[in-house]
Ligand binder design. Structure first.
Ligand code: ZN
Length: 460
């Protein structure tokens, strides 16, 4: 064939035939759904994690497309998978991060086997369906499609599936960013779990892109007291009674409302989709919060409460004896406290100590973390906004503070701009991470697969 003939032939072909970057979505969707079901069937409950099994599953799919992988085990069975498409492009790399491990599932409370990956009434069931195997497969499909469609990339794409996110990250992101940081330190951007696309009745979709996270402040309260026979209670307060007194004081403590600049912007963004008086109240949130009636109303919403103040949750109780007829000598409780950006954890602990003064309680830190944040005036943020408007006309893209903490904290320490953004549309009832009967609708999952691919294309 002459060169001229070839040019004529190419010009006369329909546009889809020359646009090699456009996947055959119906076929891709079937494939993605199958991989998702298979991945959900691998039990990666942490502890013990067993992430290597999940990592090897992902590795086999990536290597089939000749994508280079490295399986990095921090300990036997605790596998992390690093894969990349190296382009030699001028732009700095983008990391697609997800975690392999899942929290435990109490089978007896589930309507379906949590490791079945079953599809029922248009929903895919399984522990990890929304946290975080859905994101893992969306990112995996992006890698496969980029390679398969020979997409011309201007930046290297890293795929990183990590272990131990649910168990403190010491076998996962903490280890990767300290022992293998040379692999990823050139990266500029990272996409990770965090916020989703929220659907609330009648409102346009809200694309939550979390650039900041609260700090973890995990504490243990310990009490000691006289031990003895349950039939002869001593007059001196027992360890349990001391602990109860301390916990009552802590539960009654109302932390201050603090409006950080990021959260102020978040409310102002939300004002655009509010109706009635809330429109102005949200726009002028700093003023509005001075009105006790408004503040009380807004704090009834756990999501707003969590971004406006430090929170304290009592998460476990234990005693040195579990016998019904023994007064135990020791009692303890754990507190999961989450602190707003800019708060000092030592000062917060001192405040709690002051509160429980006189109860003979000791407070010991378990983990004192730091809050972390990334800038929002970036190429990645603009790319997300572009994808949002192409999928959902009138969608709101905003920046909620994440009350929980994710592995993004470790990567922000390397100077990488990290956003908690999962491109799945979920209603509030569908946000089932860590809950019984975790599942996601097939259409939400597949919408996320498409958006993730388009987002990476928008970053070129
Ligand atoms: Zn997670």
């Amino acid at each position: 064939m002459t060169r001229r003939l070839l040019v004529i032939l190419l010009l006369t072909l329909p546009s889809w035939a020359v646009a090699a970057t456009k996947p055959n979505w119906p076929v891709v969707e079937k494939e993605a759904t199958t991989y998702f079901q298979q991945y959900l069937r691998i039990d990666t409950t942490n502890p013990p994690g067993n992430e290597t099994a999940g990592a090897k599953f992902l590795q086999s799919l990536l290597e089939k497309e000749a994508i280079r992988c490295r399986l990095l085990e921090s300990k036997p069975g605790r596998g992390n998978l690093f894969a990349y498409i190296d382009t030699g492009g001028k732009k700095a790399p983008l990391i697609l991060l997800n975690h392999i491990d899942v929290v435990s599932a109490e089978k007896k409370y589930w309507k379906e086997d949590p490791f079945s990956g079953i599809i029922k009434d248009g929903e895919i069931w399984g522990r990890g369906a929304t946290d975080n195997k859905n994101l893992g497969i969306a990112e995996l499909m992006t890698m496969l499609l980029l390679r398969r469609n020979k997409v011309k990339l201007n930046r290297t794409i890293f795929f990183l599936a990590v272990a131990d996110e649910e168990g403190g990250s010491t076998a996962g992101s903490a280890w990767i960013t300290s022992e293998h940081h040379s692999l990823i330190e050139k990266a500029q951007f990272l996409l990770n779990e965090g916020s989703v696309i929220t659907m609330k009745g009648g409102q346009p979709p809200v694309y939550g892109v979390s650039p900041a996270e609260k700090a973890v402040c995990w504490l243990e309260l310990r009490a000691v007291g006289p031990a003895g026979h349950g039939a002869f209670p001593p007059f001196e307060p027992s360890a349990i009674q001391k602990l109860m007194m301390a916990l009552n004081k802590i539960q009654a403590y109302k932390t201050d409302i603090v409006l950080t600049p990021g959260v102020e912007k978040y409310f102002q963004d939300l004002s655009k989709i509010q109706l009635g008086p809330r429109k102005l109240q949200f726009l002028k949130i700093r003023e509005s919060l001075k009105d006790p009636a408004f503040a009380q109303e807004i704090l009834k919403d756990p999501a707003f409460n969590a971004v406006l103040r430090n929170t304290v949750a009592v998460t476990s109780l234990s005693t040195s004896s579990a016998k019904v007829n023994i007064i135990p000598a020791e009692a303890s409780a754990t507190l999961d406290c989450r602190l707003l950006p800019g708060e000092n954890s030592a000062q917060f602990v001192a405040k709690l100590q002051e509160l429980v003064k006189g109860t003979n309680i000791e407070i010991h830190p378990i983990v004192l973390g730091e809050s972390s944040s990334s800038p929002i005036d970036t190429e990645l943020f603009r790319a997300i906004a572009k994808v949002a408007s192409s999928y959902d006309k009138g969608a709101l893209v905003t920046t909620p503070l994440l009350p929980s903490s994710t592995d993004s904290t470790y990567f922000r320490k390397l100077g990488i701009t990290c956003y908690g953004f999962e491109p799945f549309k979920l209603t509030e009832e569908q946000e089932l991470g860590h809950a019984h009967n975790e599942r996601i609708s097939v259409s939400s999952f597949l919408g996320g697969v498409r958006r993730m691919y388009d987002l990476v294309l928008a970053m070129q």
